[in-house]
Design a protein around this ligand. Structure first.
Ligand SMILES: *Cc1c(COP(=O)(O)O)cnc(C)c1O
Length: 493
C-alpha cells in the first residue's frame, strides 16, 4: 500500500518508508492511499488474542512487513502488559464500558504504540535501506516521552531526544522521564508549553539545513509522535479489540453500532478510531472530549479552528494542547483529499493561528463526531462522584471523557453502548486525583499515592513504587531558542 502526504508535494512512499521517515518532506503527514475494509473479517477476529488482532489490522497497511515477524513483534510488545492484556474492557453499567489502555510499562495508552514502534521503525529502516543512525525527536505533553524512552532505550542504531514543557507535566511524569535509564537517551525540559516543544521539533524536521548537517554526521531524523503513521496504526487495533470483546461477552451483536469517547489532545487517539470506522468497524459516534483547552470543541461546533486563545494548565496535562497535529489528517479526508486546500489551511494556521472549513465539510465531520469539553471543577467532581458511585478511580484525562459522555447521553438521548477510553493510571496524577476525592492532598506525589491507595484500595502500580528510589539523570532546562543546539550537543556526545 502507498502512503501519500496530506500536502501532496512529496512522492508516495511505501509503509516502511512512511514509518522510517515519520513526516513527509513537504511537511505533510503520511496517510494511507485507501482504507482497507475488514468488516467481513470481524467474525474471524473474535477468537484472536490482542496481539493477533493487532497484527491482523496492522498487516492491512504494512504490506512490506513480513506477517510472521510482525506477529512475533506484536506478541513481544503486548506481552509487556499486565496480565498479557493490553486493552481490557471493564463494564461500568448497562451501556457504559471503560477500555483500560494503561496497563503497559509506563502506565499510559502511549505504550500500546510505543512498545511496538521500535520494531516497526527498525524494520522500516532496513526495508528502505536506511543505514544511518536514526535520531528520534519527541515533543511530549507528558506520556509520549516516557513511553518512547522506554521503548527505544538501548536499541542499536537509534538515539532518542525528548523535549517536555518544564512546568507542563505532572510530578510523576517528570520523575518517570528524568530517571530514564539507557545509553542512547536524552531528556530536556523546555521553558514553555507543549505547543512550543512540538513547534520546535517540527521546525527541526522541516529545516533542510539541519537535515544536511545531521546527514554529514551520519544521522537521519524520525518521529515517535503521533504524526508518525507507525504510532497511529497500532492504536487502530484497540477499537477493534474492544468491539470484539463486547461481542464475545454478549453485550452486542456483530454489526451493531457503538460509540467511543476519547480524551483528546493531539487528535492521534481519536483519529485512530476514525480510521477504524473507515475500515468498517460499526462505530456510530466518536466523541471528542477536551479539557479547558477546548479549541477542538469550538472547531467542531463552529467550523473554525482558532488557536489564538489563552492556554490553561490543567490537571489533565497530556491534553493541554492548542495545535492538534493529527486534525490535519481528518480535514484532509473531509476535504475530499484535497492536498492543495489542506496545505493552504496549514499555512493559514502557521501564519494566523486559524483556518475555517466549509459547511459541507463540517456536516461530514458531524456524521462521525461529537465534541464537548469539561472544566477543572467538573473534572474533580466527576472523579469524586465516579468513585462514590462505582468505586472506580479515574485519572483526570479519563474523567474529562466521562464528563463529556454524560453530557452527550443526556443531550442527545443516545442509548447506544458506549466505550470510554481510559488513557492513564490515576497514580500518574496522584495529588490531583486524591484532592478531587478527599478535598486535600500533600505536595509530595508519593505520599499522595499512598494516601490514594489507603482511601480507595486501588493498587499502586509497581512502576510507581520503583520510581521512588531511582536516580535522577536529567536536569537540563533550556529556552525555546536552544532546542537545535541541545540536539546537536546530544548527537556529538
Ligand atoms: C496523550 C494523551 C492523551 C491525548 O491523546 P491524543 O492522541 O494526543 O489526542 C490523553 N490522555 C492521556 C493520559 C495521554 O497521555
Amino acid at each position: 500500500m502507498k502512503f501519500l502526504s496530506t500536502r501532496g508535494k512529496s512522492i508516495a512512499v511505501n509503509s516502511a518508508e512512511a514509518i522510517a521517515k515519520g513526516l513527509a518532506d513537504d511537511g505533510g503527514l503520511f496517510v494511507p492511499e485507501t482504507f482497507p475494509n475488514v468488516s467481513a473479517d470481524l467474525e474471524k477476529m473474535l477468537d484472536m488474542d490482542y496481539a493477533e488482532r493487532a497484527c491482523f489490522v496492522l498487516s492491512k497497511y504494512l504490506e512490506e512487513y513480513d506477517y510472521q515477524s510482525l506477529l512475533t513483534a506484536c506478541k513481544n510488545a503486548y506481552g509487556k502488559f499486565e496480565d498479557n492484556d493490553a486493552a481490557p474492557v471493564v463494564k461500568i453499567d448497562d451501556k457504559l464500558f471503560i477500555l483500560e489502555l494503561f496497563h503497559g510499562p509506563t502506565l499510559a495508552f502511549k505504550d500500546i504504540a510505543l512498545t511496538l514502534l521500535p520494531y516497526l521503525l527498525r524494520t522500516g529502516c532496513d526495508i528502505s535501506g536506511i543505514k544511518e543512525e536514526v535520531l528520534i525527536l519527541v515533543a511530549t505533553s507528558g506520556d509520549t516521552g516516557k513511553a518512547a524512552l522506554e521503548g527505544f532505550k538501548d536499541q542499536p542504531g537509534i538515539k532518542i531526544n525528548v523535549f517536555y514543557p518544564s512546568e507542563g507535566v505532572s510530578d510523576m511524569q517528570k520523575m518517570q522521564m528524568c530517571t530514564q535509564e539507557g545509553g542512547n537517551v536524552n531528556v530536556v525540559a523546555v521553558k514553555g508549553n507543549f505547543d512550543d516543544c512540538q513547534t520546535a521539533v517540527k521546525n527541526i524536521f522541516s529545516s533542510k539545513q539541519i537535515e544536511a548537517e545531521l546527514k554529514s554526521k551520519g544521522v537521519v531524523l524520525s518521529s515517535a509522535n503521533s504524526i508518525n503513521f507507525g504510532r497511529l496504526a497500532p492504536q487502530i487495533a484497540y477499537y477493534f479489540s474492544a468491539y470484539l470483546d463486547l461481542v464475545n461477552s454478549g453485550e452486542i451483536k456483530i454489526g451493531e453500532k457503538i460509540n467511543f469517547v476519547v480524551p483528546t489532545g493531539n487528535f492521534g487517539n481519536i483519529l485512530a478510531g476514525y480510521y477504524a470506522k473507515q475500515m468498517g468497524l460499526p462505530i456510530e459516534k466518536l466523541i471528542c472530549a477536551s479539557n479547558a483547552n477546548n479549541v477542538l470543541t469550538e472547531f467542531f461546533v463552529s467550523g473554525e479552528y482558532n488557536a489564538n486563545r489563552e492556554f490553561f494548565k490543567t490537571m489533565s496535562p497530556s491534553m493541554d494542547i492548542l495545535i492538534s497535529s493529527n486534525l490535519e489528517r481528518l480535514i484532509f479526508e473531509v476535504s475530499g483529499r484535497d492536498c492543495a486546500l489542506t496545505e493552504k489551511r496549514m499555512a493559514d494556521l502557521k501564519k494566523t493561528g486559524k483556518y475555517v472549513i466549509t459547511d459541507a465539510e463540517k456536516k461530514l465531520i458531524e456524521k462521525s463526531f461529537y465534541a464537548d469539553y469539561c472544566d477543572e471543577e467538573d473534572c474533580a467532581g466527576v472523579i469524586a462522584g465516579f468513585f462514590d458511585e462505582y468505586g472506580y478511580v479515574l485519572d483526570p484525562h479519563t474523567a474529562v471523557a466521562i464528563a463529556v459522555e454524560d453530557g452527550y447521553r443526556s443531550y442527545t438521548g443516545d442509548e447506544l453502548n458506549t466505550v470510554v477510553l481510559s488513557t492513564a493510571s490515576a497514580y500518574k496524577f496522584s495529588q490531583n486525583v486524591l484532592k478531587s476525592i478527599t478535598g486535600k492532598a500533600p505536595e509530595d506525589a508519593f505520599k499522595a499515592a499512598n494516601m490514594l491507595n489507603q482511601e480507595t484500595a486501588a493498587p499502586i502500580p509497581e512502576q510507581i513504587v520503583a520510581l521512588k528510589t531511582k536516580e535522577r539523570r536529567f536536569n537540563k532546562v533550556i529556552d525555546r531558542t536552544e532546542t537545535v543546539s541541545a540536539v546537536m550537543e546530544f548527537i556529538e556526545k
